[in-house]
Design a protein around this ligand. Structure first.
Ligand code: TXA
Ligand code: MG
Length: 326
């Protein structure tokens, strides 16, 4: 006899989620289940961060290397001492400034945070997401929620419930569908243990944002940024002028698709995967376009070269990785 895994899809109003709708999803988290949910950046694949067996399920579902730590999500900044052994002044100031929001703080972990959650590190990454559904779900669960992006390891992060179902549908207990994600790139990860934050992963909070509040600092590398990432199942290339790049590929017998600035005249026969007017819009549509590229009748995706300033740093990083250039 075969058993068909049952996936509960719970649709909620992203602005004003009905608590009753989240009740079962919160109970599933408490029981050790896997629950995908929206955040302002991308969808997360959640499990009780303090339940090692539940967290093991996250690594299995994603096919994630065991040494790549998970970000733990809290409903409220005041819960931080449940996870962090100490909250130094810089970390407190960053939390005050950016939470709820797309900034992950890496701090010394309390000893009761399972090693599997921290990837065997002595630190834990924590953030309070700026999404009413995420916060209501975590609050209802009453436990800190470890949640990597809800994609199979190496794939583009999911910015809608459909993306999650495509990658992980068979491995989940519940998915809370709160529509598409407003930001579209992941949180900025900083080591916040010292006097100055060290940026470990570029993300939605820019260096310029950090510098403007007196928090500029050096760069290092998060464990997760060592792995190939954000790669669709389709060739990807980068061009200064995507229309010209696509025209050249067409002449060479390829079938390109483009992500193009709004108003671009796209050559005949070239598929427009997405257009954007500014960087925030490019960030919002990028992962969706990468997934669309797999579905269509194209064999190569042409992405724009983005100047690495402000939000462009995170976007350029994701584009380079999608093209296999990192
Ligand atoms: O926006 C986001 O950050 C999304 C949403 C769901 O919150 N989450 C996300 O998680 O992007 P994930 O697992 O796909 O990426 C987490 C990154 C990885 O590069 C990981 O190595 C790094 O954060 N990270 C997590 N904990 C860390 C720690 N203790 N020390 C250093 N890096 C850490
Ligand atoms: Mg990820």
């Amino acid at each position: 006899m075969t058993t068909v895994p049952r996936l509960d899809v719970v649709r909620v109003d992203p602005q004003d989620p009905d608590q009753r709708m989240l009740h079962d999803a919160a109970a599933a988290l408490r029981r050790g289940g896997l629950v995908a949910f929206p955040t302002e950046t991308v969808y997360g694949l959640g499990a009780n961060a303090l339940d090692a067996d539940a967290v093991a399920g996250v690594f299995r579902a994603k096919g994630r290397p065991a040494d790549n730590p998970l970000i733990v999500h809290l409903a409220d900044p005041s819960d931080l001492p449940r996870l962090a052994r100490a909250v130094p002044p810089t970390a407190a100031a960053l939390a005050e400034q950016w939470w709820p929001g797309p900034l992950t703080l890496v701090l010394d972990a309390r000893p009761d945070v399972p090693a599997i959650t921290t990837g065997g590190h002595a630190t834990v990454g924590v953030r309070v997401p700026d999404h009413p559904v995420a916060r209501a779900l975590i609050a209802a669960a009453g436990v800190p929620v470890a949640a990597p992006s809800a994609n199979r390891s190496g794939r583009p992060s999911p910015t809608s419930a459909d993306h999650v179902i495509a990658d992980l549908g068979g491995a989940l207990d519940t998915i809370v569908d709160g529509g598409t994600c407003a930001v579209g790139v992941e949180s900025t990860v900083v080591d916040a243990r010292g006097d100055h934050p060290i940026v470990l992963r570029e993300g939605a909070v820019t260096r310029e944002d950090l510098a403007a509040t007196g928090h500029d600092g050096p760069t290092a590398t998060a464990p997760g940024t060592r792995y190939r990432h954000y790669a669709p199942d389709c060739a990807v290339t980068i061009a200064d002028d995507v229309a010209a790049g696509a025209a050249e590929l067409t002449r060479a017998g390829r079938r390109p698709g483009v992500v193009a600035p709004a108003g671009t005249t796209v050559p005949p026969g070239v598929k427009t995967l997405a257009t954007y007017r500014d960087l925030p819009e490019l960030a919002r549509v990028l992962y969706h376009a990468l997934r669309d590229a797999e579905a269509g009748d194209i064999d190569i995706t042409v992405l724009p070269r983005v100047p690495p300033h402000g939000l462009g740093r995170a976007v350029a990083d994701r584009i380079a990785r999608a093209a296999g250039q990192v």
